[in-house]
Design a protein around this ligand. Sequence first.
Ligand SMILES: C[S@@+](CC[C@H](N)C(=O)[O-])C[C@H]1O[C@@H](n2cnc3c(N)ncnc32)[C@H](O)[C@@H]1O
Length: 222
Amino acid sequence: MKGVIHQKPPTMMRSRMDISHLIHDFHSAYYWHRFGVETMPWMGVPMQKWPGDVMLYQQILHESRPDVLVETGSCYGGSALFYAHMMDLIGHGRVISMDIRKLKRPEHPRITYLKGDSVKLGATLADELQGKKVMVSLDSDHAAPHVLAELQLFAPMVTKGQYLVVEDTNLNGRPVWPGFGPGPYEALQEFKDGLGTTGFRDMELGGVHLFSYHTWLKKVAA
Ligand SMILES: C[S@@+](CC[C@H](N)C(=O)[O-])C[C@H]1O[C@@H](n2cnc3c(N)ncnc32)[C@H](O)[C@@H]1O
């Protein structure tokens, strides 16, 4: 029985090229199929996340145990509530989530919501984050100029061993929404060209995470 379980089926031994086409097509098809906030609630609250990325958030929260997770773009608060619940399980951490819109959102003792433009609000956090282990998730306005402004402001807040997640780097044809225009991916490239992500390393995504909607950067040097 043991030998059977560990034997690779013949199709899996074939070229990985076949798989990359499948991943691309599945990503595109799934993206448009699930579009809309109703499709992925967390505890009844709309959350705009691909299920695999939710598992990645769980994984890195467990691994890096941030004192504070700063989220830009709360929307209905589903993602903030998810992070807070993971922190309940870990027994550590709080969430600062900001959004330009005032919407009804779930309350939780670990969550602080801030209302306003993320770039303006971010500039006020320095004192509060002093000496803390800080993780950042950028998920607000996805137009490149805004994401670049967020990167310039929030990336330096991320502390060694923590993660910077730039959400939706799959936009503008990578592979979804080809006509979106310059978005998070382009902003990140511009930021990297200016050596903005020195000290960060791309998280290697493999196994069940062969595609992700986002770019996951780990801060490896101060
Ligand atoms: C993609 S949604 C966030 C989704 C949420 N993180 C989740 O996973 O459920 C983007 C949110 O960013 C907010 N937003 C847009 N521009 C913003 C800005 N300049 N500053 C802060 N929030 C902004 C929008 O109001 C919207 O609720």
